[in-house]
Every structure is written in structure tokens, then in C-alpha cells.
Design a protein around this ligand. Structure first.
Ligand SMILES: *Cc1c(COP(=O)(O)O)cnc(C)c1O
Length: 812
């Protein structure tokens, strides 16, 4: 949008004064931020309203992306940027003697997600809006976000994240769109006068679902989509229907906290309540919205696509059936046809412990009508499948099994599309995890490799690199990422390489300052910045990284003149509060950091920095400064990964196993420009099947492994209780479930290769440039384009003058 600095200054002064009845000169940072945020939101409100109206006027097909988690990060800068106002705002504030960056840091980073899955949902929201596609988010407005992590004596401590204590300027509570969600009670079917079977309820707990809408601003295209997050509130009292405190507490509880477990299934009643609450409110509001289109019910799939992000919202399937049958009075067959054509499902994990299975008794009691419908879906599924495919496949794929409701099965059976999130992951779904379903419905399966928005992760996080790209290849890459490949033409240009290296060094200096400020550790900006940032999980193998650092430390102690390139190992990771092993790994890394960072024999050769409270805002600081991207999960375990993509796009070289999207990264950048090590996925499958793995043999016969593992428990690392022992035991005594020791040697070798290459700065920077230039395929814009074409069948509403370029397929 168009706005002069002068007009902005006038608007801002007015905004501040009308909110606080003071002049901005007397405002606190928080007040100054609030005024700025609300002013930007005012600027958004016109295109937001117009977008909504245009979609309805043109009867556009809309996507509703259902996700238990969204992890948007701070929104002020990104909204101002996408509107095209960032420079004006910065200039205006400077003229007023204010600092944009300072105000921007005053915004809370809403941690309404655990990690990759929630962040993906937010990248998708950004891409949908930027591609002018009608795509809405549907989720939960948790009162407390993911816990704030602190280290006390090296141990993780979890503090409540009461993010709504501050004013959330971006949301609008939308009181006229509330819905009622029913739990529990008794349900029966009664034939009414017209001959319909009517669902009758008694003694239900009724919960009011209040929507809070947040604008999702498209990149310079005047399109603003909606993220709708639901909050559970107590219904207004009617005459004979009042609520005691005992009754109201369980209602407010529903949207109070985000479950802090990543990749782990929590079979708790409250979680099931959250899932149904979000699903029911979302589906009700979609059907209400659809009525505005004034077309027959059977056309719902032409106007609405509902996406199920992992199984958490899989109750969409029976809930949509319920509304179509009980409220819209369609027959079962009609309702099923609509439901199945409307829904699609993304699987995010092959970890057994993450696959949701609800006890039938719990489902029946909490959601009696929904359970009746699930039973009928299952009955019909079995009836159809049994004669065609026989007993084994039918019982393996049924929704109801051994007293549980298998949510993945419900999602597959109720969706017309099932996708994995990287090619390897999709292959594993088809050949292993959902193999029987692949036999039933091969046509439903497809791959959609994850992506990231370059607007947040490059344009905004790395302005130096963005400017360099603009100078060297023009600005087209910003709307058409495939243009990035043009940058490859500069790989031999000494001048460009020098500039690129200088930008990386600047970013590293900035991060070094931040490290000193928050951790009190002085690091050398010329050292290799080696980064592993992601949730802490045994399958992601932060302890492999740990063992290598320990190995280097012991080498240095043995031979202080050993030739290692100076290295700073940087970690950011939260552990689920109940995940003891992950917390033990955190403690050992922190204690090792204490040892290494304070040993005068070590000097610059080795520093270890473990940031507290990893989240989107911290990621934005770390990623532009990274030289090495650690993606070292056991092959086959990481569905895709997205930090690998963010880091690549910022010029880090990837050190990886052939897992998830790392494989595609290698394919696009070329094997010479990535460091690959370790077992491949087929090798992992083989080794598991053969049952020949013996970790103790490796411990006893490999001297480096022997020495490092002993150092975990012989007092070398200070201030440990039994955490070092615990890691030792899991690796040696419990036979190393994730093959850490098996991959150790090849990991150490790859790390040495990194040292050698880094000595040739020119060559290193050339490879860094090639990584940046090859990162276009991982733009979420392409990912969303493929979802839109193959699964949702939605189109861009861009009119030509808006300038959104059609995306070329990026070529390798
Ligand atoms: C990108 C991102 C993730 C995902 O990281 P992976 O390495 O893919 O697991 C998790 N948390 C945050 C805050 C992120 O930005």
C-alpha cells in the first residue's frame, strides 16, 4: 500500500494519543509498540475486509487448514514488510527519535506450537496469502503457550508462558461468530414427525467457542487471509441454567495450555477435549460460512477444502458427518461423499509413540454422538473391505482395534488425499507405516515436501544477503524464487564471494555479541559456527553431536597442538517436561560447555553455546550466522525437517544423514556441496531386521568411542549427577536404539572434512553460494502451489496487475 512518511508520522502520533492520552514522547517501549502494532493493524483492516468480501462475491473455493499448532513468530515486522510499509515505518520512527528494532523486540513471540509442525502451518499461512489463495487457519488460542525454558545449574526448568498478559494487538475477538460445542451426556436417535432420525441430547456440558481472528498478510498483493483461533468460554447463563464454579473450571481449562510434547502421544482426556473443541467449532463455522455461497450442499467440496494437519484434527471426519446428517439432514451416502471429497490429511511422523490411539471408552463417554458415527464409518469400511481384501488387511486397517480408535486410520479412510512431507517419508508411509492402506487406496497417496517462507527466513532475517541478491540478480527472486538459480552464475566471481563472506561475518559478529550478552561467553566470529537447533529428541541425536564435541575435547587435551579449525557449537532445544532422557542430554551438554569453555588448553578451538528458550525469534537470530547446519537424525526417522531448509537458504553447509528432506537438499545442491555421513534408510531397516547390532562391541573395540563414553561417567565432565551414566547406559546397556555409535566414525570423519574445507575460505564460500542458489525448491510457495493444484483444487485470485508471478518449476 501507499503511505508517505509524513502521513505515517501523523497517524502514529494520533494513534498513540488516542490510546493513552499522552504524547508518544512519554510512552514506555511497550506502549509505543502497542500503538505501532494497532496502527499497522488498522492499515491491514481494509484489505482484510476486502479480501473476505471478494472471496464471497466470487464464490471462491476456500481452504481451511486445521492444525492444533501455529507458530507464527513476531508479526509486526513481517506484516509491515508484506504490506510494503516497512521502510516508511522505520523512517518515520527514526524521525520521531524511536527505534523500530527496539519496539519490534517488545512484541511477544506467541509460542502456540511445539516445533516444526506448527511452524510449517504458519509458513503455509504466509504462502497462501502471498499467492492470493483463499486459505484460512483453524486452531486453538491457548492461554499459555509452550513453556519458557530456563537453565538452572544446567538443568531445564519450565516456566509458564503467559503470553496474553500483554496486549495481543493482532487479534480481533469475533463475538458474533461464536459456536456451541457439546461434550458428554446422553444421546439417542428419535424419529420425528417428518420421519427423520433426530439426535437428542441430555445432560451435555455446553462450551462456548469464541473465535479470535488474526490477519495473515500476503506479500504486496493486497490480500489478507484469516487465522481463526478458538477460545473456550462459559456460555451466557439462561434462566434455569446457571453455572457453579465447579462446573465452569473444566470449561476454561480446555484452551488453557498447549501440550508440550513434540512427537509423543498423550492419551489424556483434556487433549481429546481440545481436539474435538477445535474441530467442532471450526467445522460449524465453515458450514455457516458456506451457507453464504447459496449453492446446494452437495457442492460443498467445490467450495471448501479441509486439511487435517497430522491426526490431531482427524475428528473433522465424524464431525462433518454429524453436521451433514443431523443438522443438514443429508443421507449417510450423501454425507460421506461430501466428507471424503472435502477432507485431506498430512501424516507427519513414523514414530510409533506419536500415533494417536484413543481408548474407545473415553471417546464414547466424552463424545457419544461422534462415537456412534465412528462406529458406523468403521462398520461400513469393514463391510466393504472384507470381501475384496480379506481378513488380514481389513483388521489391520480398521478404525476400531483392540479397544482403541486409531486416528490415523480414520484420517486415511475419511480423506481423498494422504501425503507425506518428503519423498523418503512418503515412500516409508507407502512401504511400511501405511502399507496396507497403500494397497487399498494407492491413488490417495502423494508426496508434498515441506517448505519455508523465504520472506521471514531470508528477506527479514538476513537483510545483508537479501541486498546482495538484489544487487547481483535483481529483485525478481522475491516473487519468483526459482530466479535464485541465477545466482549460481556468480560462483566463480571473486568479488561476489568476498561480499558474501563479509555478510556472513557481519551476521556472525552480531550473533557473537548476542552470545556474550545472554550467555557471557566470548566467541571468535572467525570460528566455524556449527548449529543444531530443533526440539530435543533421541531420534534427532543431539547426543551424537555431544559425543563428537567430547571427542574433540579429549583430543585437544591429549595433544594441545592438534589442528582443529576454531569451532563454536551452538544448540537451541526444548525438551518435553516429561521426557527425562532428553533433559539429561541437555544437562550433559550444559556441563560439557562449562568444562570446555573454561579450559585454557582449549582456547578458541572449541566453544559450546546452548541458548535458552529456543523459538522462532531466536532462530531468526541464529540462522543467518550459521556456517554448518546439523541435520543428523537417524535415517528414516525425521519426516522432513525444515530447519535444514532455513539454514541452507542462508548459506550454511549441511552436515546430514540421508533422511527426510536432506536427501532432496543433496539432490538439488549436488553431492559435492553437502557433507553426508552415516547409515542410509535402507541400511537402517536392514540392520533392524537382522537384529545383529551390538553397541557394546563398538564400545569395547573402538578406542575413540570407548574414551568418549568413559568420559561421560568418570568425572571428566563436572557437576553431573547420573545424567552421564544415563546416556552411557542407553548407548551401551540398552543397545543404542538410534545407532549413535554405529554412525559415530563417519560423523567424526565428516566433521574433519568440514575443518579442511573451511581452511579454503574461497571454496567454502563458493559452496555456500551454491546452497543459497539451490534453495528455491524449498520455498513454501512451491509447496503450497502443489497442495493447491493436486489436493485442494484451489486457484490464485491474483489479478495480473497485482504482480504475483506464476511460479516456474525450479530446476536443479
Ligand atoms: C523451523 C523450526 C523448527 C523445526 O526444526 P527441525 O530441525 O526441522 O525439527 C522448530 N522450532 C522452531 C522455532 C523453528 O523455527
Amino acid at each position: 500500500m501507499e503511505l508517505t512518511t509524513k502521513d505515517f508520522i501523523k497517524d502514529y502520533k494520533n494513534q498513540f494519543q488516542s490510546m493513552y492520552a499522552y504524547s508518544y514522547e512519554e510512552g514506555s517501549t511497550e506502549q509505543l509498540y502497542n500503538a505501532l502494532g494497532l496502527l499497522v493493524k488498522n492499515y491491514i483492516s481494509t484489505p482484510w475486509k476486502e479480501t473476505r468480501e471478494t472471496y464471497i462475491k466470487n464464490s471462491v473455493k476456500q481452504v481451511f487448514y486445521f492444525s492444533m499448532e501455529f507458530l507464527p513468530g513476531r508479526q509486526l515486522k513481517s506484516n509491515a514488510y508484506n504490506l510494503g510499509l516497512l521502510d516508511t515505518v522505520k523512517e518515520g520512527l527514526t524521525e520521531l527519535g524511536l527505534s523500530f528494532d527496539e519496539l519490534s523486540e517488545a512484541e511477544v513471540d506467541p509460542a502456540l506450537g511445539n516445533g516444526g509442525l506448527g511452524r510449517l502451518a504458519s509458513c503455509f499461512m504466509d504462502s497462501l496469502a502471498s499467492l492470493s489463495m483463499a486459505g484460512n487457519g483453524n486452531g486453538i488460542r491457548y492461554q499459555y503457550g509452550l513453556f519458557r525454558q530456563k537453565f538452572v545449574d544446567g538443568y531445564q526448568v519450565e516456566l509458564p508462558e503467559n503470553w496474553l498478559r500483554y496486549r495481543n494487538v493482532w487479534e480481533t475477538s469475533n463475538d458474533k461468530s461464536t459456536c456451541m460445542v457439546r461434550f458428554g451426556g446422553n444421546v439417542w436417535l428419535e424419529r420425528n414427525k417428518q420421519g427423520y432420525l433426530e439426535a437428542k441430547y441430555e445432560n451435555t456440558l455446553n462450551v462456548l467457542a469464541v473465535p479470535y481472528d488474526t490477519p495473515m498478510v500476503g506479500y504486496r498483493n493486497d490480500k489478507v487471509n484469516n487465522l481463526r483461533l478458538w477460545s473456550a468460554e462459559i456460555p451466557v447463563e439462561e434462566e434455569n441454567n446457571y453455572h457453579t464454579i465447579e462446573e465452569t473450571e473444566p470449561i476454561k481449562e480446555i484452551t488453557q495450555v498447549l501440550y508440550p510434547d513434540d512427537s509423543n502421544y498423550e492419551g489424556r482426556l483434556l487433549r481429546l477435549k481440545q481436539e474435538y473443541f477445535m474441530v467442532s467449532a471450526g467445522v460449524q463455522s465453515i458450514i455457516r460460512h458456506f451457507r453464504k455461497y447459496n449453492v446446494p450442499r452437495k457442492n460443498i467440496p467445490d467450495k471448501v477444502a479441509i486439511h487435517i494437519n497430522d491426526t490431531h484434527p482427524a475428528l473433522v471426519v465424524p464431525e462433518l458427518m454429524r453436521i451433514l446428517i443431523d443438522e443438514e439432514r443429508l443421507s449417510w451416502e450423501q454425507a460421506w461423499e461430501i466428507t471424503f471429497k472435502t477432507c485431506s490429511y498430512t501424516n507427519h511422523t513414523i514414530l510409533r509413540e506419536a500415533l494417536e490411539k484413543w481408548p474407545i471408552d473415553m471417546m464414547k463417554e466424552l463424545l457419544p454422538r461422534i462415537y456412534m458415527i465412528i462406529e458406523e464409518i468403521n462398520r461400513r469400511f469393514v463391510e466393504n473391505t472384507l470381501p475384496l481384501y480379506g481378513e488380514r488387511i481389513t483388521w489391520q486397517t480398521a478404525i476400531l482395534q483392540n479397544g482403541v480408535v486409531n486416528m490415523a486410520h480414520m484420517a486415511v479412510i475419511g480423506s481423498h488425499s494422504v501425503n507425506g512431507v518428503a519423498q523418503l517419508h512418503t515412500d516409508i508411509l507407502m512401504n511400511d507405516v501405511l502399507k496396507d492402506f497403500f494397497e487399498l487406496y494407492p491413488e490417495r497417496f502423494n508426496n508434498k515436501t515441506n517448505g519455508i517462507t523465504q520472506r521471514r527466513w531470508v528477506h527479514l532475517a538476513n537483510p545483508g544477503l537479501t541486498q546482495l541478491l538484489d544487487d547481483k540478480i535483481g529483485e525478481d527472486w522475491k516473487k519468483n524464487p526459482s530466479e535464485l538459480k541465477v545466482f549460481k552464475g556468480q560462483e566463480k566471481d571473486k568479488q561476489t564471494l568476498k561480499q558474501l563472506a563479509a555478510i556472513k561475518l557481519e551476521n556472525k559478529k552480531r550473533l557473537a555479541d548476542h552470545i556474550e550478552k545472554v550467555k557471557g561467553i566470548k566467541v571468535n566470529p572467525n570460528a566455524i559456527f556449527d548449529v543444531q537447533i530443533k526440539r530435543l529428541h533421541a531420534y534427532k541425536r543431539q547426543h551424537l553431536n555431544l559425543l563428537h564435541i567430547l571427542h574433540r575435547y579429549l583430543e585437544i587435551k591429549q595433544n594441545p597442538s592438534v589442528d582443529y579449525a576454531p569451532r563454536v557449537f551452538i544448540f537451541g532445544a526444548k525438551a518435553a517436561p516429561s521426557y527425562l532422557y532428553a533433559k539429561q542430554i541437555i544437562k550433559v551438554i550444559n556441563s560439557l560447555a562449562e568444562l570446555v569453555n573454561n579450559d585454557p588448553d582449549v582456547g578458541d578451538k572449541l566453544k559450546v553455546v546452548f541458548f535458552e528458550n529456543y523459538g522462532v525469534s531466536l532462530a531468526e537470530k541464529i540462522i543467518p550466522a550459521a556456517d554448518v547446519s546439523e541435520q543428523i537424525s537417524l535415517a528414516s526417522m525425521e519426516a522432513s525437517g525444515t530447519s535444514n531448509m532455513k539454514l541452507m537458504a542462508n548459506g550454511a553447509l549441511t552436515l546430514a544423514t540421508l533422511d527426510g528432506a536432506n536427501i532432496e537438499i543433496r539432490d538439488f545442491v549436488g553431492g559435492d556441496n553437502i557433507f553426508v555421513f552415516g547409515l542410509t534408510s535402507p541400511e537402517v531397516y536392514e540392520l533392524k531386521a537382522a537384529q545383529t547390532y551390538n553397541a557394546r562391541d563398538l564400545y569395547e573395540n573402538n578406542s575413540n568411542i570407548h574414551r568418549a563414553l568413559n568420559a561421560l561417567k568418570d568425572g571428566t565432565i563436572p557437576n553431573l549427577q547420573d545424567e552421564g551414566h544415563a546416556i552411557f547406559e542407553s548407548l551401551v546397556h540398552f543397545n543404542d536404539e538410534y545407532f549413535v555409535l554405529k554412525d559415530f566414525d563417519s560423523y567424526v570423519q565428516a566433521q574433519e572434512d568440514i575443518d579442511s574445507l573451511y581452511k579454503d575460505q574461497n571454496e567454502w564460500t563458493r559452496k555456500s553460494l551454491l546452497n543459497i542458489a539451490s534453495s528455491a525448491p524449498f520455498s513454501a510457495d512451491y509447496t503450497i502451489k502443489k497442495y493447491a493444484d493436486d489436493i485442494w483444487k484451489v486457484k490464485s485470485c491474483a489479478v495480473e496487475h497485482e504482480g504475483v508471478q506464476p511460479l516456474d518449476e525450479p530446476v536443479s
